[in-house]
Design a protein around this ligand. Sequence first.
Ligand code: SF4
Length: 411
Amino acid sequence: MRWKEIKPPGEKKARVRAILLLSGGLDSVLAGKILEEQGIEIVGLTFTSLFFGSREARKASEEQGWPLVLVDITEEEIQILEKPKYGYGRNMNPCLDCHGQMVRIAGQLLERYQADFVATGEVLGERPKSQSRPGLNIVEKLGELRGLVLRPLSAKLLPATRVEENGLVDREKLLDISGRSRKRQLELAAKYGLKEYPTPAGGCLLTDPGFSERLKNLLKWRGRLLAEDISLIKIGRVSFEQEALLVIGRNELENEKLKRQALPDDVIIANAEVVGPLTVVRLKMTGPRDKTAERKALSEDFEMFIDELYGADSRQKKDEGSKSPGDENPEKTGLSQKGAGEEGNLREGSDGEGKENQLDSILEKPAIRKAALLTIRYSKARTAEKARIIFSWLGQKRVMEFRKEEWEGYL
Ligand code: SF4
């Protein structure tokens, strides 16, 4: 578990201190405000992963003046996603397991931060599964914190916790909110002068139907989830082929992101002569990696590749052209308008016949051919009679020409 003190909690000042699971959403902030009214000191705890960030929690901690601890749970979240004990919600969101894990981590930090209990913004009945009565019990059980999890917004509808029984919190001053209506929360927001707050669970990619579908397909395709694959399918158009995963950038910003997420043994594909998408092909044989050093090397190699392909000034033009990241039209974006170098030049710098032969056999794979044809289909070249595509793999380059009949099937 990796954690960071965004705003250090320091020494305990009040008689009672709570660790509050702070998403930054209205419910979590209200839970903190209600406790604060009783003189309880708040330490915010928030989480980040490949699926959600901490921006709203940081904002809330800033606005409320609460200390904030951030925990990166990417690895734990991936393990849960592969096999959630209590299943998924409507999409790929394993909310019961996920929330249980957050409570468990909060419990592990109680002693470190001299806190007496864990508070959450959960509201009974607000979500059909994870915030049902049995759901709240499961979260508490998974959190291994029996009697030390307080839900200030619904506490009066739930059995008294040890926190209330021991007089750390006055149960009478807690609330009895239940259900999906936000009316009482909005009244409380007005009372506490809270103006801007995000929608509940709005920031979690796992609740997004489109992304969930991709994730499901990824799990089926590889049989497990790898962080580097997940980072890739967050971008562009995605296609799962038997032997490879194809990801095609839809604009310059996505091309840039793909470049950053590509691994050294991914095949990188681009149009050789027109503006267009960058395509990354991840072969199934590519396993887990130690990415840091390799990605740096790849990035340098890739920049050289772009220079070699389009000329040394293309990167600058590309940077200038990246000022409209929201532009979804591939025709308006891409790498450069310049023509490709000669094929013979592109073979220069190859480091061994072995790799060349390997690249030749990789290029024969149907998934690579499909990736090339789609790269043409999503570029201006689709209206031409012929198009040239450049492939890059482990420092090796090839240019291949395709005819219109070959990509017409994808139009
Ligand atoms: S919405 Fe996402 S972050 Fe929140 S509990 Fe569910 S899976 Fe976890």
